[in-house]
Ligand binder design. Sequence first.
Ligand code: G3P
Length: 216
Amino acid sequence: MKIFIDSADIKEIREVAGWGILDGVTTNPSLVCKTGRPFKECVQDILAAVNGPVSVEAVSTDSSGMIKEGEDWAKLDPDKVTVKIPMTVEGLKAVCGLTERSIKTNVTLVFSMNQALLASRAGATFISPFVGRLDDISQDGMDLIHDIVGMIDDYGFDTEVISASIRHPLHVIESIRAGCHIATIPYDILLKMTKHPLTDAGIKKFYEDYQKIPRT
Ligand code: G3P
């Protein structure tokens, strides 16, 4: 499974890129807002730091506005920029238009199989089902990931599924079990994924024993 970071914080993104595990980045207006920085400046820094798709959200509500935003963002880096499009009728039209222009898309705020089917048929490069937000309303988000990945595999669609709105390391493990193509993971959860108490205990013991080895 490929790993994206779900963040607009350039320090976090550079740090994780340095681990050698980063395949891409997803952002949204809420994440950019948290940085306190101008949107374009944020995106330019991320594009320079990462060798992979960078999802940038369109905020227009009509398809022509979304396409215009997408064209403008794509000028920054046509290979990496992926335009994040909300799952609406206008969004589907925008995905179709951007696909015709060879601009990558990530259909976001996907909460059902039907939405996933429509986004995929419209030509979405990626679709992002939001696991945590479904869990929040007592619907198992991981069930949706299983169903959508099954559909993509059964029909041989080209769209890749991004497990999004991940809230804890178990969501990542379940995404792997579901055969999901990508998980977009917040920085604090990536850090948790590095940890295991037996690793810490092992390092401590090896260091203690190393200190006891006679020096020549
Ligand atoms: O990738 C989508 C993500 O940013 C939403 O996460 O935790 O706000 O539901 P959350």
